[in-house]
Every structure is written in C-alpha cells, then in structure tokens.
Design a protein around this ligand. Sequence first.
Ligand code: GLY
Length: 417
Amino acid sequence: MTFSRRDFVKTSVLGAVAGGVAGGAISSLAQPSQQGHASENDSAKRPIIICANNGHAYVEAAYAFLKSGGDTLEAGVRVVKGPEDDPKDDSVGLGGLPNEEGVVELDSCCMHGPTRRAGSVGGVRNIKNVSMVAKAVMEHTGHVMLVGEGAERFAVDMGFPRENLLTDRSRKIWMLWKEFNSDRDWWGPGIADPHWQAPAPGSRPRADLLRDRIDQLKHRASDLGIEHEFLLSAVRRVLFPPTGTIHCSVLNEKGEMSGITTTSGLAFKLPGRCGDSPIIGAGCYTDQDVGSAGATGSGEENIKVAGAHTIVENMRHGMSPQEAGTDALKRIVRNYNGDMNKLRFMDIIYYVLRKDGAYAGVSLWEGYSSGNPHKFTVHDGSLRSEVATPLLKGFSQDWPPFPTIPEELKKDSVYLK
Ligand code: GLY
C-alpha cells in the first residue's frame, strides 16, 4: 500500500471529525523528526543492538559478547533473558501479569539470520525463559511454532525447569483486577467491532465515577498487601491493562542479524490469547539481506498489519528505517479510518534495524502518559536510550476505555520497577 503524507493527513483529519476527537492532546499529527535518528544521517556503526527500554540493563554485557564474536541470536537472548528472569518486571517471564484466570501465559519468537531459521512458542505456562524455548524449537525440531501444553512439555524435555511464574505482587494485582472487574471482562465487542462505541469523552459523571473507583482501588490494593510505593502502579494496571513486551534486534560486524521478542502478553487476557509476539512477521522479522524489526504494544493491531515483516519489506524497497516503521503505523491508522476515538486506545512501538546499522524507534503515540515518552535502547559502542519518533501527537489511553486519565496515574511509569 502506498500512502502519501497528504493522504494520511486527510484521512486522519476526516477520521478525527467523524469520530469526534476526544481531547486536544490527540488532535494532531506529531511533527515528524526532520533528521531521523542520528544513525540515519551519520555513518552507521556495526555491531549494534537495539531493544525495548526494559532490556537496557542487560545490553552492555550482550554487546561485549557480540564484540567477542558471539552469535547474534545468542546476544539477543542475553538481553531479553534479563527481564524474563526479573520478578519485578511484570511484562515478561517470571512475574508477568497473568491471564483472567490468574495463570501466566508467555509468548516468544525469534529469527536467526545466518541460518535463515525461525522458532516460536505461544501460550506457554510454567516456563519462564520462553525466548530460549523458541530458540530451542528452532534448533531442535523440524517445526517453527509450538503452543500451549505441547510447548511446555517440549521445554521440560529440553531441560527447562517448571516453576510457578505468578509472583505474590502479580497475584495481588490480578486479585485487584478481578474484584474491580466482577461486572466486566475481555469478552466482546472488541474495539475493532463495527458496533463498538467509544465512551462519551469528558463526561463528568463517568469521570467522577472513575475518581471514586481509583480511591476504592487504592484502598483495596492496600488491604491486599500491595506495597505502598506500588499502589498507583497496581491501580494503573487494573484500569489500563498493559501489553509490556521486550524485543531485541542485533547486527554484528560481519553483517549477520537476528531478532527476538518475548512477552507475558496483554494483562488479564482470555486464556489462550496470543498477541503479536509469537507471530513471525508481526512481533519479529529478520532477513539479514535487508534488516530486522520487532514490536511492543497492542498485539492485535500489529498482527493485522504484519508489522515487522511490513517494515523489513519496506526497507527492501528503499525506505529508511524510520520511513519503513512509520508506514506500518499508518496502516494501523488506516485500519480505523483515522478515527482517533479508537486509535487512542492502542499503541505500538517498532524497533527497526537495517543491515548497514541504520536504525529507528517509532511509535503510534508519544507515550502512554505525559512526561513518559516512549524510549528504546541502542548500543553501537555507546549505550544510550533514545526517544522514539511518534506518528501522532499526544498520549494513548490503554484499553479498556475511560473518559480521562487522572493526573496522578499519568505520572506513573510503565513498569513497576
Ligand atoms: N505485544 C504484546 C502483546 O500484545 O501480547
């Protein structure tokens, strides 16, 4: 699909009018960066690692491993395994937020450029390092994807220990969600249903109701024993269930590339729900002749545009990393005819790495809440976080919809740590 900037502005403005834009914060396109990320202009460097910001603490060691001749996929595993092992990161692995029945279900996929192989697992219970299980599927089976009980049994056969992935804190947040949602759940209609209706923006009674709910939730969270400093984080997770994930793309000096993505998926999802993270071509795609890309955010939306594959193919046809990622974001906007009243309930960050070392991080919105712009991590000899370039100006409100996000919740960071 070709989609000129002029067409896009027209579509988004029409969509905004048709949908009745909810607030000033989401009324216009973000100004695209004139320069792109530094490496699109400077001579790109190799080796390079790019990943979601929750991998930041693990990139230095993985980069040293890569520099010493280590395999690109193994370097990626070393980044994403950190958050998988960390019980305080509630977006992946141990301590990930559970499904609606209180069971942690994990998804992951990987692609190994040098051997042009792929592996994937979906809906895996009781095994925390699903990134390594996806790699094991790639290396030790004739398949690409295993799901559910079969994937768990394969992991145990491969020597991965079964363990309880539900930490006490994640269990308490799930309890809080269950009590709060005793009269609502993840059953349809979903946001893509033609009959779905956005809540009336800014209506006072609902906003007042929400204020009351937040106060009740804070008290209940305290009663459940959630630590004082995490009360607001817990409330935010109940009101706006996150889709935290980690993706990592890696390029070495020889031009070899790999990519890997791992997640506990959408918090409080229906059992068996898989998002984009285990889908080769959506959550991750690598072709070392061209580049590698991956995603974090609203998995359902990313599946529908085959985001990572779309981005790599865009680069194959000459787009820069930033143009390639932005085009995939525009396809998501197009799927909703630019209706901001729906788009504000979703968000995506794409991590894009070209074979020459040029890279970009692009996002649908500026961040989940004001003061917390979407960031990603890069290491090309120096380790740093950079702000992703947003397509739309403003901040998303995660599903399920509420008319406003109270100021105190806006200040909360995305992760509990
Ligand atoms: N992107 C993670 C998910 O939606 O499951």
